[in-house]
Design a protein around this ligand. Structure first.
Ligand code: GDP
Length: 324
C-alpha cells in the first residue's frame, strides 16, 4: 500500500503519474483541506476536487484545475447578478460542489462525502481529506489576514507574507483512516506540493506528524523547489517567510524529522551533493536526483517510476540512525 500526502496542482500531476504505474486500489491519497471555502453558499474543496478529477481522468489539462471541457455559463450569470466571480467555478465543477454541499447538509462527514463523490466518479484509489474538522489556512499580509484562496486566487499571491497559520488545526483530529494509512503503508510519498500551504496543514493536525515519525514505511518527498525557485506558485516566498531556504535544503529542513528520501531535480545535483554533507544526511536522510519537472504525461510516469525505484533502494533513516 502506498499513501500519498498532497495538495492540488503539483500533487495532482504526481498522483496522475503514480496511478499509471501502480494499481489505483493500492493508493491512499491524503489531501489538504486548508484551502476549502464557502463560495456562493457551496462547500468547495479545491484540492479534493483536483485530485478527484485527476483520478477520474477529468481534470482540465490546460487550467490544471476544474473539469476538462467545462463551460462557465453560471459564472457569467452570477456576474450579471452582481455576485463576486473572482473564484472561477465551471458548470460541471459546480455540480460537484452542489452535491458535496447536499451530502454535508444531510449529515455526512467530509470524508464520507468525499468517498461518495469518488465512487460516483468510478475512482478506485482511496481519497481521504486530512480531517473532517474545519482547518483553515490563513495568510497574514500587510493587506490583512487572508484565506488561502483570497491570497492565491483573488490577489494573485502578490502580497508580502508575514506568517501562515492553520486555524482550527490544534483542535482537529485526522479523518478516519488517515493515521492508519500512514502507519500501515509500505511507502509514504509527499507530492511536490507547496510545503507551507499544502503539506504543512496536514502535518499540523495532531497525530499526523507523529504517525509519520513512528511509521515503519519508507517516507519520500519530491521537491517542489528546483534551483532557487518553485516550479509554480508562491512556495518560494512562503518558505522564505517561514525562515526556510528557497532550495532543496529548505525542503529537506521542512521535513527533517521524518523524511528518508528527498527526490530532487537532476539540475540540483550539486546542491544534492552539498545536502549530503550536512547533518541531515548524518541523521539518515538520502537524496535522489531525477527529472522532477513534469511537462508531459511521460514525465509524470517517469517520475513515478523513478521515485518508486529509488525508494526500494533507499534505507530507512531509522535504521541508519540505529546503526550509527
Ligand atoms: P495547490 O494546492 O494548487 O497549491 O497545489 P500543490 O501544493 O499540490 O502544488 C503546488 C506546488 O507544486 C508548487 O510549489 C510547485 O512548485 C509544485 N509543482 C508544480 N508543478 C511541478 C512539477 O512539474 N514538478 C515539481 N517538482 N513541482 C511542481
Amino acid at each position: 500500500m502506498i499513501t500519498v500526502l498532497t495538495g492540488g496542482t503539483g500533487g495532482a500531476k504526481f498522483v496522475d503519474g503514480l496511478r499509471q504505474v501502480v494499481p489505483p486500489e493500492n493508493l491512499t491519497i491524503i489531501v489538504n483541506t486548508g484551502d476549502d471555502l464557502r463560495w456562493w453558499g457551496l462547500y468547495v474543496s479545491p484540492d479534493l476536487d483536483s485530485i478527484t478529477y485527476m483520478l477520474a481522468g477529468k481534470l482540465s489539462p490546460e487550467r490544471g484545475w476544474g473539469v476538462q471541457g467545462d463551460t462557465f455559463l453560471c459564472l457569467r450569470a452570477m456576474e450579471q447578478l452582481g455576485q463576486p466571480t473572482w473564484f472561477h467555478a465551471g458548470d460541471r465543477d459546480l455540480a460537484t460542489h452542489i452535491f458535496r454541499t447536499q451530502l454535508l447538509a444531510g449529515g455526512k462527514t467530509l470524508s464520507a462525502a468525499t468517498a461518495e463523490i469518488a465512487a460516483r466518479f468510478g475512482i478506485k484509489a482511496r481519497i481521504l481529506p486530512m480531517s473532517d474538522s474545519r482547518v483553515e489556512t490563513r495568510v497574514l499580509t500587510p493587506a490583512g489576514d487572508l484565506s488561502f484562496e483570497e491570497y492565491f486566487v483573488q490577489r494573485h499571491y502578490q502580497d508580502p507574507v508575514q506568517s501562515v497559520r492553520f486555524a482550527g488545526a490544534s483542535e482537529a483530529v485526522p479523518a478516519p483512516g488517515v493515521t492508519e494509512a500512514i502507519r500501515s503503508a509500505e511507502l509514504v510519498l509527499l507530492a511536490p506540493s507547496n510545503p507551507v500551504t499544502s503539506i504543512a496543514p496536514i502535518l499540523a493536525i495532531p497525530g499526523i506528524r507523529q504517525a509519520l515519525s513512528e511509521s515503519r514505511a519508507r517516507i519520500a518527498a519530491v521537491s517542489p523547489i528546483v534551483g532557487r525557485t518553485a516550479v509554480t506558485g508562491p512556495a518560494g516566498a512562503l518558505l522564505a517567510a517561514q525562515g526556510f531556504a528557497v532550495s532543496i535544503k529548505g525542503v529537506a529542513d521542512f521535513y527533517h524529522d521524518f523524511l528518508d528520501l528527498l527526490v530532487v531535480d537532476a539540475s540540483d545535483a550539486l546542491a544534492a551533493q552539498e545536502l549530503l554533507e550536512t547533518g541531515l544526511a548524518k541523521a539518515g536522510m538520502q537524496v535522489h536526483c531525477t527529472t522532477t519537472v513534469m511537462r508531459k504525461n511521460e514525465d509524470r510516469v517517469a517520475l513515478a517510476r523513478s521515485v518508486l525505484q529509488a525508494t526500494t533502494q533507499s534505507r530507512l533513516r531509522k535504521d541508519v540512525r540505529e546503526r550509527a
